[in-house]
Design a protein around this ligand. Structure first.
Ligand SMILES: CC(C)(COP(=O)(O)OP(=O)(O)OC[C@H]1O[C@@H](n2cnc3c(N)ncnc32)[C@H](O)[C@@H]1OP(=O)(O)O)[C@@H](O)C(=O)NCCC(=O)NCCS
Length: 361
């Protein structure tokens, strides 16, 4: 049977770091509060556009797969913080990569976007339409972050990850998946700006940043990620005991721990890197997958489950049986240009737009 197999993986994390101690200089918060409530210690702030983060991650994934950009026939960029409405971020990534044979589009399912992208790519392969699909998750969330709001500004970060998905034969690859959405509660996590709603007028900072009902999102995330993972496992005919590694969306360590507890999966089988990057939305899972492989956490034959939850409200899970190769075939020498400003300088446009954080006033 034709299957979709991950043959390459890569990430691109911008180098500028915003630590909890840096945030203590901006708003009324503490490293202790952020660490115990979220598990986050620091996050990255990008000096380049979302497309550039995605393109570097894609170059690295292609090198790991032993593929060149011209072999890609479909490019999916999962993002909710793309460069522009038109052209799509995928269009810019296609140009930056030099992938003229790739159809390309953005996919916005917020933090579930990468899992949605993997499912779309898998079915394009299974249907015989495509053979080499690049799926990226890339975000520049600091652009949407209001640093006058301590309840959200401590959570999010920037970054990108990507995988190459290829048509293959055998029993390795994507085994099953589950995707879902509850639009009736979409308003509990939103960024209203840049859409057609409302009258034309000056851009209002109060509708331009990420706002959310944190506890409500938290509660639904735990329930839905657990239910979705179980459904995908049932469809795959795989038991919870057979899972070797759970890669959950990295939104909050307490959401991750509660999801693992609900599933009865031991924490030793759960991949967590939220301390270093915070919530990078569609990028968390491909970045975590890349790091899990780099750290030897995935072995040939392993069952890997990815599960995500995000704005929409969306959720999605995917069950994957890893093949023989856990090492990259090659390494890309493509790098981001170095930042020309320090982290606080990178945040200045936000301060000018949303207002100065309380400790800078
Ligand atoms: C946002 C979140 C971390 C808040 O944690 P919480 O334990 O629910 O905290 P609460 O909202 O109950 O706030 C508790 C107190 O901490 C305060 N607080 C909020 N943010 C704070 C911060 N950064 N520093 C210090 N105190 C803070 C609140 O004002 C509140 O104070 P009060 O009791 O005096 O009113 C948590 O709800 C969460 O992670 N939700 C999911 C968010 C998410 O992952 N979204 C993306 C999904 S993909």
């Amino acid at each position: 049977m034709l299957t979709a197999q991950i043959t390459g993986w890569g990430k691109c994390m911008p180098p500028s770091v915003l630590s909890n101690h840096d945030l203590e200089q901006l708003v009324d918060t503490s490293d202790e509060w952020i660490t115990t409530r979220t598990g986050i210690k620091e996050r990255r702030i990008s000096h380049v556009e979302t497309s550039e983060l995605a393109a570097v991650a894609c170059h690295r994934a292609l090198a790991a797969a032993g593929r060149t950009p011209d072999e890609v026939d479909l490019l999916l960029v999962a993002t909710c913080s793309g460069d522009s409405v038109i052209p799509s971020t995928a269009s810019v990534v296609q140009k930056l990569l030099g992938a003229p044979n790739a159809a390309a589009m953005d996919l916005n399912a917020a933090c579930s976007g990468f899992v949605y992208g993997l499912v779309v790519g898998t079915n394009m392969i299974r249907g015989g339409t495509n053979r080499v699909v690049l799926v990226a998750g890339a975000e520049k969330l600091h652009h949407l972050t209001d640093f006058t709001d301590r309840t959200t500004c401590v959570l999010f970060g920037d970054g990108a990850g990507a995988v190459v998905l290829e048509a293959g034969e055998g029993t390795d690859g994507v085994l099953a998946s589950d995707l879902g959405m509850d639009g009736s509660v979409g308003h509990i996590l939103e960024v209203p700006v840049d859409g057609t709603q409302g009258d034309r007028g000056p851009i209002d900072p109060s509708t331009s940043g990420i706002t959310m009902e944190g506890q409500e999102v938290f509660r639904r995330a735990v329930t839905k990620m657990g239910e979705s993972a179980v459904l995908a496992l049932q469809r795959a005919g795989v038991s919870l005991e057979e899972v070797d590694l759970l890669i959950p969306h990295q939104a909050n360590i307490r959401i991750i721990d509660a999801t693992a507890r609900r599933l009865g999966i031991d924490e030793s089988k759960v991949y967590v890197n939220i301390a270093s990057y915070g919530n990078t939305s569609a990028a968390t899972i491909p970045v975590a997958l890349t790091e899990a492989l780099e750290e030897g956490r995935i072995q040939p034959g392993d069952i890997v489950v990815m599960t995500a939850f995000g704005g929409g409200l969306t959720w999605g899970s995917l069950v994957y049986r890893w093949g023989d190769r856990v090492e990259p075939l090659g390494v890309s020498d493509v790098e981001l240009p170095p930042p020309d400003r320090d982290t606080m300088e990178l945040l200045k446009p936000n301060f000018e737009f949303f207002g100065l954080p309380e400790k800078l006033t």
